[in-house]
Design a binder for this molecule. Structure first.
Ligand SMILES: Nc1nc2c(ncn2[C@@H]2O[C@H](COP(=O)(O)OP(=O)(O)OP(=O)(O)O)[C@@H](O)[C@H]2O)c(=O)[nH]1
Ligand SMILES: [Mg+2]
Length: 279
């Protein structure tokens, strides 16, 4: 029997959704950071073998919307849940659960697996039921999770691929590079700055031996701009160097990456700007 289907990975910000999808797919599909609300789009991570194809849908963490971007993120979660074969709700074992999350757990659709994450850390949860406990960091119980997922996906007599073999995501190279730049920025910046950042690739020229990429890092005010650039351009340089290395590996070519920092006041509340940025 061949198994194939879509599995939405949902949960609170920082629960470990993107880490799990990357680990299961074996490729870096989604960026990861210790800051909540890292993922903004629904990102497909596709795992294909001769016996099955699982399409994971990584989603933004469920949180209260404070601006248009947040609202779009929550819309993404709702659309991910509808129409999938299975949902995995990830519950962060390293954090105390609040009443709101307890309520979510009561109202999950029947085709949901509740999975506790970060099993390698001391648990702060007591009493909450789950189907499995895993660690994306150590890999513990991930093969069991895969088996549990496969059992619950549609079965076919012959292979039914939803996506061509060889694809591990639905996202473009440009998207992956823009996200990598954002990840570098998230990791190096603090407080409110990371949430107010977006990255837009404004030029992408692929030559025979070299790829030239220009990208804007969009932020919300002049103070943030200064923090992103850093003293003598040091922060921007660190972001650029790491992102360039990633792009070179992804493309298998030399990359020339130019980063520009642009201020766009309150862009997270501007539907037109959000659209331009791909949200
Ligand atoms: N110790 C430990 N840390 C983990 C594990 N899985 C994820 N993390 C860490 O948890 C943090 C959040 O991980 P992400 O994968 O970005 O979480 P997410 O649920 O995708 O977060 P959002 O995109 O913001 O909703 C990162 O610092 C990860 O390194 C795990 O199994 N063990
Ligand atoms: Mg994520």
């Amino acid at each position: 029997m061949f198994r194939a289907g879509f599995v939405a990975i949902i949960g609170r910000p920082n629960a470990g959704k993107s880490s799990l999808v990357n680990r299961l797919v074996g490729e870096k599909v989604a960026i990861i950071s210790s800051k909540p609300q890292t993922t903004r789009d629904n990102i497909l991570g596709i795992l294909t073998t001769d016996d099955y194809q699982i399409v994971f849908v990584d989603t933004p963490g469920i949180h209260h919307s404070k601006n248009h971007l947040d609202k779009k993120m929550m819309k993404n979660v709702r659309s991910a849940i509808s129409g999938v074969d299975l949902i995995a709700y990830l519950l962060d074992t390293s954090k105390k659960i609040d009443d709101e999350e307890r309520a979510y757990l009561q109202h999950l659709p029947p085709n949901t697996l509740v999975v506790k994450t970060k099993k390698d850390l001391p648990s702060k949860l007591t009493g909450e039921d789950c189907d499995l406990e895993i660690s994306a960091k150590t890999g513990e119980n991930l093969s069991t999770l895969l088996e549990m997922i496969l059992q619950r996906l549609p079965a076919y007599e012959s292979p039914q691929y939803l996506f061509e073999k060889g694809y591990f995501t639905d996202k473009s190279i440009k998207f992956l590079i823009a996200e990598q730049i954002r990840e570098e920025a998230l990791n190096i910046l603090h407080e409110e700055v990371p949430h107010g950042i977006a990255v837009e690739i404004i030029r992408f020229y692929e030559g025979e031996h070299i790829v030239e990429i220009d990208a804007d890092i969009v932020c919300e005010n002049e103070r943030h701009k200064g923090m992103i650039i850093g003293k003598g351009g040091s922060i921007l340089k660190t972001i650029g160097t790491s992102a360039r290395k990633y792009a070179e590996e992804l493309l298998g070519k030399k990359v020339m990456l130019k980063l520009f920092v642009k201020v766009e006041k309150d862009w997270r509340n501007k539907p037109e700007k959000l659209k331009n940025l791909g949200y």
